[in-house]
Design a protein around this ligand. Structure first.
Ligand SMILES: Cc1ncc(COP(=O)(O)O)c(C=O)c1O
Length: 492
């Protein structure tokens, strides 16, 4: 009888394997189970379908549910649906979905705040919900089946992040809570553990507070000098001034944004690395914005550290990535102490786990890691060439439309820029502009954007900022321009 069970179970699995790729869409697949629980994983380069069933009685039906309910077709950004919306947008949550779109004050939401946090594709939502429904336990230490499966699902995020950044090895990926934690980790561990008092850190005038404050704390605790590279009136890094800061050979680390969250400007990453390395300094890039808009290859760039944050890359909050070259991570002491980051503990002393686990104390963001993996795969299905082209077209359109409105000044005119446009309106405070735009269903951000020193550099205390994602349309930018024209008449 046991032999018969086994063959019936095997037949069910083979049936499911045959059904799944043929019907890669919504659905529940029926079959007959044997006595063992089995995870089916079918992979191809675009998507992975995963079906699970729990132990059930002989002859009861099993339910196999694909993790993602999409075809595995590569998404084309220039493909529009009958309403003229990018097809990719229809794969997002209801906030972005034209057919059930959330109404804001009686109008469809125009969401132009992706640089603060992006909306989520259903692939991310479903991957996290699936994990909570079917595949949840604590990771790493468990010897039971569910813990092992959840560990695999969580650790797959490290593989996805390594591929996304083209890291040399998955061990060079530290999973953090966000970019801020990644930068603090380097400031604390590399800064205090490897750098010597008297050395300097170079940042720039266009940093987010996340890439300023940790270095001030290092300066005050460890006798490190903090040097600030200038930004030109066009909003680009002043490369002559930057090179001059490196000239005395005292700089141990350059910590610099790869793309400004206020000006949209990219920094010339390859030149920065070359000049820094020639001067004997390591380089950390804050890729919180850049990694969302442009393919990053840390090996080609020869970056020493690179951070990004999941929630801006269409993933969940509470998860970020720190890439560090293996040789540097090996030299660095742990940042936080606790469970999961040790190999042995006694009251006299503790020994650390190997890299990267040495830097991941405590229960990690399990569901968030599973969500970030889904987000990375989703972005890879569109591909950066298509995303960049879409965002460049939107940015050019936005610059043209906003500049044509009397009284509107766009801040920053960098040649190389991504989908972020900051602006001011004569006689109006940015908060009032944002509030009046909100009354018309348009979500923009207003304030100092966590970049107070940059605001001062441009003689401002705040700007309004529109930022774009893969789901943004030209029509939404037109809606912003028209709404802003109405706001202007209010203050005229
Ligand atoms: C350039 C830049 N750096 C760092 C951050 C901080 O990101 P998080 O709050 O996710 O750590 C942001 C977020 O706005 C950012 O735009």
């Amino acid at each position: 009888m046991r032999g018969l069970d086994f063959f019936r179970g095997l037949a069910a699995v083979l049936l499911a394997l045959w059904l799944l790729p043929a019907q890669a869409s919504h659905g529940v697949y029926e079959g007959t189970v044997g006595k063992q629980a089995i995870v089916l994983t079918l992979g191809n380069q675009n998507a992975v379908y995963q079906g699970t069933y729990a132990y059930q009685r002989y002859r009861t039906p099993i339910r196999l549910k694909p993790t993602f309910s999409y075809s595995n077709k590569v998404l084309a950004m220039d493909e529009l649906d009958e309403q003229g919306l990018p097809v990719a947008r229809l794969q997002f949550n209801d906030l972005m979905n034209s057919r059930q779109q959330e109404q804001v004050r009686g109008r469809p939401l125009v969401f132009l705040d992706s640089a603060a946090s992006a909306q989520k594709p259903r692939a991310v939502i479903e991957a996290m919900a699936h994990a909570m429904e079917h595949q949840y336990a604590n990771v790493h230490r468990g010897l039971h089946w569910m813990s092992e499966r959840t560990t695999e699902a969580f650790e797959a995020c490290r593989d996805a992040a390594a591929r996304f950044l083209n890291a040399g090895s998955r061990d060079e990926i530290v999973l953090t809570r966000n970019s801020t934690e990644g930068i603090n980790l380097v400031a604390h561990s590399y800064g205090r553990g490897v750098m010597r008092p008297g050395q300097a850190v170079v940042i720039s005038e266009m940093e987010h507070h996340s890439n300023i404050v940790p270095w001030q704390m290092l300066r005050d605790a460890h006798g490190i000098e903090l040097r600030v590279a200038k930004v030109t009136d066009a909003g680009e890094l002043d490369m002559d001034a930057f090179a001059a800061l490196l000239a005395d050979g005292k700089v141990g680390l350059v910590a610099i944004t790869h793309m400004s969250n206020v000006l949209g400007s990219y920094t010339p990453a390859e030149r920065i690395v070359r000049l820094a390395h020639e001067a004997g300094a390591k380089v950390l890039f804050d890729g919180s914005q850049a990694a969302v808009h442009r393919k990053v290859d840390v090996q080609a760039l020869d970056a020493d550290f690179y951070v990004f944050t999941g929630h801006k890359l269409y993933g969940p909050t509470g998860i970020g990535v720190l890439y560090g070259k293996a040789a540097l991570l090996e030299r660095m002491p742990p940042f936080l102490g606790g469970g999961d980051m040790i190999s042995t503990v006694s009251f006299e002393r503790s020994e650390w786990a190997r890299v990267p686990h040495k830097f991941e104390a405590g229960t990690p963001p399990i569901l968030e890691g599973i969500g970030l993996k889904a987000a990375i795969e989703w972005v890879e299905r569109i591909g950066f060439p298509a995303m960049e082209a879409h965002e460049r077209a939107l940015t050019d359109h936005a610059l043209a439309r906003l500049s044509a409105i009397e009284g509107v000044t766009v801040i920053g005119r960098a040649q190389d820029r991504g989908g972020v446009v900051s602006f001011t309106l004569d006689r109006a405070h940015a908060h009032d502009v944002a509030t009046l735009l909100d009354r018309q269903g348009i979500a923009v951000r207003a304030g100092h954007h966590c970049a107070e020193p940059l605001m001062r550099r441009f003689g401002l205390d705040s700007t309004a900022r529109a930022s774009f994602g893969v789901y943004t349309t030209k029509a939404e930018i037109d809606a912003l321009a028209e709404a802003l024209t109405r706001v202007r008449t209010f203050f005229a």
